[in-house]
Design a protein around this ligand. Structure first.
Ligand SMILES: NC(=O)c1ccc[n+]([C@@H]2O[C@H](COP(=O)([O-])OP(=O)(O)OC[C@H]3O[C@@H](n4cnc5c(N)ncnc54)[C@H](O)[C@@H]3O)[C@@H](O)[C@H]2O)c1
Length: 250
């Protein structure tokens, strides 16, 4: 799988699955636009790509700030000429029973996980339609397919992204654009670590339930995202692929 000559625009590229996805595209020839609110982390991802001989640049972008999203996308298109691949990865959650959760938390969870990908997809899509070509992958979650204790609003946001993806896939297939979701299962990243710190016993019980008997590593969903973005997946659109070691089987 090579992405030579392609521009890949990735949100949440400073950490975890986003950083692994950026280095995967960078190692396979793409010019990677690493966007995040964590500027230091984004710069580290860029350095990792450049040290391996790849091309990348960091852009500060908060996916919840629509004006900033539009500005950054315009700046990148002016400089790079196009965006071929959009990967929506930025995400956030806090685990707590829904009954104890606060509206401020719902707003934050929905803003980052649902409105964020909508903002970025809308800003990038016009150029893809004009060029009659493009690939969009959004990282959802098996929480959005199956529910997940303590993650009610997050599950709603991630389920929303799946419905959003299928509709955009239907609306844009005629323009040569493919749109898919990748749903990681429990993947060892800083986000999962915050969950396990709150509920240490959950770590062992989840591990026992995973048929492949290991947690995901950031590279696991990154590989699936690269496949979905590649020409090997040229007949795949509107789909949702779980990368969960068999924890979920849909
Ligand atoms: N780790 C898991 O087990 C798991 C499972 C299912 C789905 N996911 C999803 O995978 C994605 C990546 O998660 P991760 O585990 O790598 O987490 P992570 O915390 O390591 O990385 C998330 C990144 O998103 C960035 N981010 C947060 N808010 C942002 C905003 N408003 N604008 C731009 N960037 C923002 C963070 O700065 C961070 O760099 C998320 O969408 C998450 O919901 C993760």
């Amino acid at each position: 799988m090579r992405f030579d000559g392609k521009v890949a625009f990735i949100t949440g590229g400073a950490s975890g699955i986003g950083a692994a996805t950026c280095t995967t595209f960078g190692g396979r020839g793409a010019t990677v636009i690493v966007t995040d609110i964590n500027d230091a982390g984004a710069k580290q991802t860029v350095a990792a790509i450049e040290n391996a001989g790849g091309k990348a640049e960091a852009q500060h972008m908060d996916v919840t700030n629509r004006d900033e999203v539009v500005r950054v996308v315009q700046r990148v298109v002016e400089k790079q000429g196009k965006i071929d691949i959009l990967v929506n990865i930025a995400g956030w959650d806090i685990v707590e029973p829904f009954i104890d959760s606060k509206p401020e938390t719902w707003e934050k969870v929905l803003g980052i996980n649902l409105r964020g990908p909508i903002n970025v997809t809308h800003a990038v899509l016009k150029g893809m339609i004009e060029r009659q070509s493009g690939v969009i992958i959004s990282v959802s979650s098996d929480a959005g397919r199956n529910g997940s204790m303590g993650e009610a609003v997050y599950s709603g946001a991630k389920g929303g992204i799946i419905g959003f993806t299928k509709t955009i896939a239907r609306e844009t297939a005629r323009f040569g654009i493919r749109v898919n979701c990748v749903c990681p299962g429990p993947t060892e990243t800083p986000l999962l670590e915050t969950v396990f710190q709150k509920m240490p016993k959950v770590r062992e019980s989840i591990l026992k339930a995973i048929p492949l008997r290991r947690f995901g590593q950031p590279q696991d969903p990154a590989n699936a995202i690269a496949f979905m973005a590649s020409d090997l997946a040229s007949y795949i659109t509107g789909q949702t692929l779980s990368v969960s070691g068999g924890l979920t089987m849909f």
